[in-house]
Design a binder for this molecule. Sequence first.
Ligand code: DOR
Ligand code: ZN
Length: 345
Amino acid sequence: MTNSITIRRPDDWHVHLRDGAMLQGVVGYTARQFARAIVMPNLTPPVTDVARGIAYRERILAAVPADMDFTPLMTAYLTDNSDPAELVRGHAEGVFTAAKLYPAGATTNSDSGVTDVANIRGVLEAMAEAGMPLCVHGEVTSADVDIFDREAVFIDRSLAPLIRDLPELKVIFEHLTSEEGVQFVEGAGANVAATITPQHLHINRNAMLVGGIRPHAYCLPVAKREKHRLALRKAATSGSAKFFLGTDSAPHAREAKESACGCAGIFNAPFALESYLAVFEEEGALGRFEGFASLHGPAFYGMPVNEETVTLERVECTVPASIDAGAAELVPFHAGETLRWRFAG
Ligand code: DOR
Ligand code: ZN
């Protein structure tokens, strides 16, 4: 039996680090495990221009504990009014690694998002030309589309046409949650990849709704039927370079989750690698963990892999019921459960 696994230090290709006191409270959990992370721009106000990107990066770096080596990779929040020249300049100057497309109203702080992909056509053309990747929250927001179908419908209505029209654009289909999504990414060209979260590999929608409504299992896109979870597990552990790690760790204070209108988001940063590794072990794919966690992401983004390594040991670790993040009490993913692996540094 394998009792220890050492891999190149991974990166988190999708994370919410927030701002202010929450940033202070959570950034260490990501910086402890990951060398770099693609940081989501859905702050209030959102990170829409180069000056805000630089200022936010500085606030993140100031909050990283002194004994940790961590590089935040910034993203620009796209709106109907985004200026192509500003985004491309941010990319050329090394401020923005990518830009993020939130369909308006799809999720937390997406009110200023894009109301119609047609409105940002010029931006996407400029990004394709500059080699700047697009991160996509792939859900339609139309009231007539059932929430469990919103990813599949987004593929047909928005993503497939976009990729057909701009075959040069690098697109990351973020936090994939459906079998349709997996099939779409597998069938698309080398310019299309996807991130997968730990929660969508572990839970289906029953975890949220059976035996009572469980707000800490609620995130967007919402967890779906079991067949979708199985398709995601197969994709993540397949060895395909199109799929890589992106936690979508999204902290919200306990009271904001345990509410009549609870916020979407699962805080999985504290035990992210342990959580993913459990899946790879259950799928008999420990040998493919490093590709998913540490190699496929840099390859897609055109960045070097990390030189350092991290080790996980087969030592049981119990996830606390809650975590004191300074300003807020957070309930982590797997709260109260015992995981089989422990991050050893
Ligand atoms: O569950 C989610 N939480 N999904 C998102 O897309 C946004 C995120 C957040 O910022 O809380
Ligand atoms: Zn997210």
